[in-house]
Design a protein around this ligand. Structure first.
Ligand code: NIG
Ligand code: FE
Length: 415
């Protein structure tokens, strides 16, 4: 074991500062010029300085691992602030139905969609789910993700929801994988064979108390969308969850505007995601209430829907995060792919895109052990080393990882 790791001869380093979470980052204050070095001890960055100075101060001491980056660029560890990581099954055949013009709702009614994944997930063993989760998290790490928010929601009964959260907790404590922020999402759909009212009773009377007793979910999430959970139902579940000590998140306005943004603002939830059809007045209410917007461009990419309207977001300086929404219908674990969609399809500057999956995402899903999403002395040593002298390359390789290495909680992982 090494006492310290020295990263020397860094290329440009996008470090960000906490202030960049809620306002557009300024290039000069955000990107360090080439020639810096970083000293890492345990899971922390203990020093950032001129590479040559750090080399003469620390380079001769024994027990140090010295890594010459040769001018490769550095960005913070990526933070995936919205994922449905854990489920079993395969819905690939739905692509044909989608291309025949069937909507997400139609596909659900045909026996596909969330319900179909629920059936396979209920049948899967804990070990199988753990194995799937492990493989997926290795893949995410390969793409630079060092932390991920993960929802349950493919069990829809107490036993399977607890099982999913238990596997999430085991995966999250494996130090070789990205750290995880667990969310209970029993309100993802109403299970087949149950009427809406009975499921609402089961959610609040049985699932929520069992999840709270188990004690490993930090937040609750609700699919607030006509046809799934109405505004009233969503509000009941969210208020009950908050009374039980959980933080709140929402899926809103994915297919149509239905007042989810107003409810998100009223309840001051941590983040309201999808939000493609949210009207401007609700967006402004969310901003005033300190509610983040979570855009998930992988979903419209997979479904052929329209991209988020970024003009409004820019005009009103609305803080937002970007995440994968990894789920059976949108199977990407790559934030660099999401970044490429935003840069190349939505014409958003790479620095803004990067902030949305690092420093702003850290507000949506904080790390339990310290500051992440930025590179600073005293912060967690979670960062990515690009295979390029240009940090912008993180969003220009959608089909393979742009990183040559990732530092995860202080451990150097060569890819
Ligand atoms: O966020 N929209 C709701 N939930 C997921 C998709 C779930 C599924 O299709 O399995 C989402 O996109
Ligand atoms: Fe989602």
């Amino acid at each position: 074991m090494f006492v310290r790791t020295l990263l020397l001869n860094c290329g440009p380093m996008v470090h960000f500062s906490s202030a960049d979470a809620l306002s557009p980052p300024n290039y000069e204050n955000t990107v360090s010029p080439i020639g810096k070095g970083i000293i890492i001890e345990k899971d922390r960055i203990i020093k950032i300085g001129e590479s040559s100075e750090l080399e003469s101060e620390y380079g001769t001491q024994s027990g140090h691992r010295i890594i010459d980056l040769n001018g490769r660029a550095i960005i913070p560890g990526l933070i995936d602030a919205h994922s449905h990581l854990l489920w079993s099954g395969d819905r690939s055949q739905e692509v044909r139905w989608r291309l025949e013009g069937k909507s997400y709702r139609d596909i659900g009614a045909m026996g596909g969609g969330i319900q179909s994944t629920v059936n396979s997930t209920r049948q899967a063993s804990t070990e199988h789910l753990h194995q799937e989760g492990y493989i997926r998290l290795r893949e995410a790490l390969r793409s630079g993700t060092t932390h991920m928010e993960v929802k349950s929601g493919y069990g829809l009964d107490t036993e399977t929801e607890l099982k999913l959260l238990d596997v999430i907790s085991r995966l999250g404590s494996d130090g070789d994988l990205p750290s995880l922020d667990p969310t209970w999402m029993g309100a993802h759909d109403v299970p087949h064979g149950m009427n809406h009212g009975d499921y609402m009773d089961a959610l609040m009377g049985e699932q929520l108390p069992a999840i709270v007793e188990q004690g490993i979910a930090r937040s609750a999430d609700v699919f607030c969308e006509p046809g799934w959970f109405s505004l009233e139902n969503s509000e009941d579940i969210l208020r009950a969850s908050r009374s039980s000590g959980l933080e709140l998140r929402m899926h809103i306005d994915e297919f149509e505007s239905s007042g989810g943004g107003a409810l998100a603002a009223e309840l001051k939830v941590q983040t309201a995601d999808h939000a493609y059809h949210t009207p401007l007045d609700e967006r402004l209410n969310m901003k005033d209430a300190g509610v983040l917007t979570g855009f998930l461009p992988g979903t419209p990419y997979a479904m052929g829907d329209t991209w988020p309207n970024m003009d409004q977001i820019h005009t009103h300086n609305i803080p937002y995060t970007l995440a994968t929404d990894f789920n059976p219908n949108c199977q990407t674990l790559s934030l660099p792919f999401i970044a490429s969609l935003m840069v190349q399809r939505c014409k958003v500057q790479p620095l803004e895109v990067l902030a949305a999956m690092t420093v702003t995402a850290a507000q949506s899903t904080p790390h339990p052990n310290g500051e992440h999403g930025i590179i600073k002395e005293g912060g967690l040593a979670n960062l990515n080393i690009l295979d390029s002298p240009h940090w912008e390359s993180f969003c220009l390789k959608p089909s393979h990882s742009p990183f040559s290495a990732t530092v995860l909680n202080g451990s150097f992982i060569a890819h």
